[in-house]
Every structure is written in structure tokens, then in C-alpha cells.
Design a protein around this ligand. Structure first.
Ligand SMILES: C[S@@+](CC[C@H](N)C(=O)[O-])C[C@H]1O[C@@H](n2cnc3c(N)ncnc32)[C@H](O)[C@@H]1O
Length: 303
């Protein structure tokens, strides 16, 4: 089945006109839309500071993502009136994005000849934010319909390639150079895959490259098991398919794989520094519950 999504520059934007919602409709796209939207919303919400920021921006932004804000305005004409970017959920998503961006920047500073595999990219403008040197080749991969939408919303770049494929169809690996250090980034992707697929993905990437880093985030088993009742996931007809209580143990899947560390999320210093007072209070309370504090784990591995 072939589907396409179109965004036009005028008031006849198909998202508004009701044609883009088909993107949400079928099970094949069940996981596509939340990612695409979240990627934009959270980045865009914190894009710019002004003297009097509108409700969707922090006065002192965390990501400073100009592209995301532009994309979000095209997808949602009422975007500037919404509070998502400064809401509790919007903020914590930005913290995760910032952690992945910072890790990516530090890896690329040490490996300017790297190949980046940004898997389940959604509409996230990470390549533009990180802005790697021309010696890096960057690959953004997502389902074909998401990639088609990206092409309409974000400009091309040098040394930047889009791959429209399921990440589980590992033939996409044949399309990337495999003799250089690799950085695999999978933000918000792993929980949507089965454990079998995650294992095949990680071990195949390690087998395919001489050296590299893998950075991704996971949810614990309880979050996976209860995801069918999660109102946000239900809204988009999406569900998690795996969870890990000890993500560091994934290093045991491959003899060359070694766990490095974890980035803070709900207890992140940046969240506590930037969140409005009511959000900070809520996160402090949530952090008293070990299950909530570790309900998303941002982890990285090397080989
Ligand atoms: C929660 S979103 C995260 C998007 C983006 N990485 C971010 O952090 O904003 C999950 C993304 O993974 C993509 N995805 C889920 N399963 C996939 C699969 N099997 N192959 C490729 N992409 C997939 C979805 O289309 C969606 O864009």
C-alpha cells in the first residue's frame, strides 16, 4: 500500500484540511505520528527566546531549534498559542533530546570521520542542530511516509541522506558506508520494537562496523506492560513492544559491546534549572518514586 503525505505552503495545508490525518490512521503508521509530532513540538516549543516569549517557548531555550519551530507552524497553525513546549511533558522530552544531542556532539568531536545512523528520526531536526562537519556522513531513517513528509518540511543538506525503511528490515545497512566509526542514535524508538528486533538491530550494527557508539532510550518492563492503557499512546493507536529493567545488561548481547553510562532525565539538572516552579515540584515528587524516576533510561554503549 502506498501512502503519501503532502504539506502545502498555503492555508490549504492538508493537515488542516484533514487529509494528513490518514498518516495516523493505519496500524502501519501507528507509531509514526507521535514521534513526528513530538519531535517537532518539543524542539519547536523551546526554539527561541524573546523579551516576552509566547506560551510555547521558554525565555531561555534548551535546544534553540529554528527548524523545528518552522516545521511545527506549518503542521499546526495554532502552534504559537499552545503550551506544549513549556508543559511538563514537553520539557522532559526536550531533556531527552538534549542528552542525545550532547552525546552526539562529543562523539563527533572525537570522530570527525564518523557515519551517523539516526534511526526512527521522525521530524526531529537533529542533523541541523548538531550540524556536524562535512567529514561526517549522516543518515536519517524512518518509515517511508515519515521520510516523504520530512522531505516536504526540511531542506536537504550536504553529506546527509534520508532512508525510508522499517529499521527492522536490515537491508538498509547495505546502503551506508561501513568501514568508519559509527554513531547509532535511536531516540524514542526502541520501546516500539520487539526485543527480538532490538537485539537483531544492535548486534547487526556492531557486526557491521569496526568501532562505534550506540545511544538510545528504553522503558522498564512495567511501562511496556501498561503501555496499552497509556492515554497518549492510545490516542495514536501505538503501543510499546519491549521494556528493560536493566538496560546496561544489553551489553551481554554481543561480546564486543560494552555499557558506558546513562544520562539523567526526570532528575536532570537542566530540567530543574529551566522548568517552571510547578513543574519542578511535580518532578521532585515523581523522583521520590524509583519506578517513575527511571521510567525512561537514556543509555549509551561502545564497541
Ligand atoms: C516516538 S517517535 C521518536 C521520533 C524522534 N526520534 C524523536 O525523538 O522525536 C518514534 C519514531 O520511530 C519511528 N519508528 C517506529 N517504528 C519504526 C520502525 N520499525 N522502523 C522505522 N521507524 C520506526 C516512528 O515512525 C517515529 O518517527
Amino acid at each position: 500500500m502506498s501512502r503519501s503525505c503532502q504539506v502545502t505552503p498555503s492555508g490549504s495545508d492538508p493537515l488542516v484540511a484533514g487529509t494528513l490525518p490518514r498518516f495516523r490512521a493505519g496500524p502501519r503508521f501507528a507509531q509514526a505520528e507521535p514521534g513526528a509530532c513530538l519531535a517537532c513540538r518539543r524542539s519547536a516549543g523551546l526554539a527561541f527566546g524573546r523579551l516576552e516569549p509566547p506560551p510555547n517557548r521558554l525565555p531561555d531555550p534548551i535546544l534553540g531549534d529554528a527548524y523545528a519551530e518552522q516545521v511545527m507552524r506549518r503542521l499546526d497553525p495554532g502552534y504559537d498559542k499552545r503550551r506544549f513546549g513549556t508543559s511538563q511533558m514537553g520539557l522532559v522530552a526536550v531533556v531527552r533530546t538534549k542528552a542525545h544531542d550532547d552525546w552526539a556532539r562529543s562523539f563527533l568531536a572525537e570522530h570527525p570521520d564518523a557515519v551517523v545512523l539516526h534511526l526512527g528520526c521522525g521530524l526531529d531536526a537533529r542533523a541541523y542542530r548538531v550540524d556536524p562537519p562535512a567529514t561526517v556522513d549522516w543518515y536519517d531513517l524512518d518509515y517511508p511516509a515519515v521520510i516523504e513528509l520530512r522531505q516536504q518540511l526540511l531542506p536537504p543538506r550536504e553529506h546527509y541522506t534520508l532512508i525510508g525503511s522499517s529499521v527492522t528490515d536490515l537491508t538498509w545497512l547495505e546502503r551506508v558506508p561501513r568501514s568508519r566509526p559509527v554513531l547509532m542514535i535511536a531516540e524514542g524508538l526502541v520501546p516500539y520494537l520487539t526485543e527480538t528486533d532490538v537485539r537483531r538491530l544492535l548486534t547487526s550494527v556492531v557486526d557491521a562496523f569496526p568501532t562505534g557508539r550506540l545511544q538510545f532510550d528504553t522503558v522498564p518492563v512495567w511501562a511496556w506492560r501498561t503501555s496499552k492503557w497509556d492515554p497518549t499512546l492510545r490516542k495514536y493507536d501505538a503501543q510499546f513492544h519491549c521494556g528493560f529493567n536493566t538496560p546496561a545488561a544489553l551489553a551481554e548481547w554481543h561480546p564486543r559491546l560494552e555499557y558506558v553510562d546513562e544520562a539523567p532525565m526526570y532528575d536532570s539538572p537542566i530540567l530543574m534549572a529551566k522548568a517552571p516552579a510547578n513543574a519542578r515540584r511535580m518532578y521532585r515528587l515523581l523522583n521520590l518514586l524509583p519506578g517513575m524516576k527511571r521510567s525512561t533510561r537514556i543509555v549509551r554503549f561502545r564497541f
